[in-house]
Design a protein around this ligand. Sequence first.
Ligand code: BTN
Length: 281
Amino acid sequence: MHQIENKALEPLSVAEIQNELRRELCPESLDGRIGCQIELHDEIGSTNDRAKELALQGCAHGTVVLAERQNGGRGRFGRVFHSPAGSGVYLSCVLRPRLPADRAVMLTCMAAVAVARVVGEVAAVQAEIKWVNDVYISGRKVCGILCEAGMDFESGQLGYVVAGIGVNVGSMEFPDELKDIATSISNECGVQLGRNGFVAALLRQLNRLYSALEQGDFGFMEEYRARSNVLGRDVEVLCGCERYHATAIAIDDEGSLIVRDMDGRERTLHSGEISLKLKKA
Ligand code: BTN
């Protein structure tokens, strides 16, 4: 277990994060890496919005926007993402992948695997992934991921992707509506964790996974499946206006979820089209 505990009250620090990140690199240059530029805000609406602005202005691949607190943190389907100061990590990475637009969801899967690995590293607890973009510990959500993309219509390739990651790291009190469904890593492992070490570890994992992905190595999808907490489970699918019960049977290499509905029909669910709820026992 990495020694990043007892630093709960430390403010986020770009220097600390980048120094930590450099330690592993040879040569120690962050050029071309995720985290090469980090813009840190005390308070912001949404780090994703700021990262999109920077992407459109032509910022470098790997630019990161990080905030102590968001007052307009967004989740999928326009939901609010609870983003209080002092304990969470809210960051958005600008990526410029050489991937066709229809494979964009793999970046969400990659980010989820990165977060799950870091949870294991820093807290020695097992993290699971709820298709497609949430990371869970002991049945409660600790992280949500929102990837937003701009497309190059000429090539059909992704112009840029903003990978927005929100993690409940330190000890946290949740509002009543979230108490039963959300938790933080510190709440689960009983140790107060520092956020700079967490961010550095996360950027390190993102860099590893992203380099592999750029070389056509999508091996992380195996880990994504292995960490899934929906495969083999009865689920309720919400897809547009349609709602039905089904069994989750597979996740394909593109990150689509394959379910079998109550009529025995297999259906493939693509990211962004559905919301999925674990059926209550
Ligand atoms: C979800 O739970 O549906 C996804 C939540 C994503 C939250 C992160 S926090 C950093 C980035 N900025 C945002 O406004 N959203 C993402």
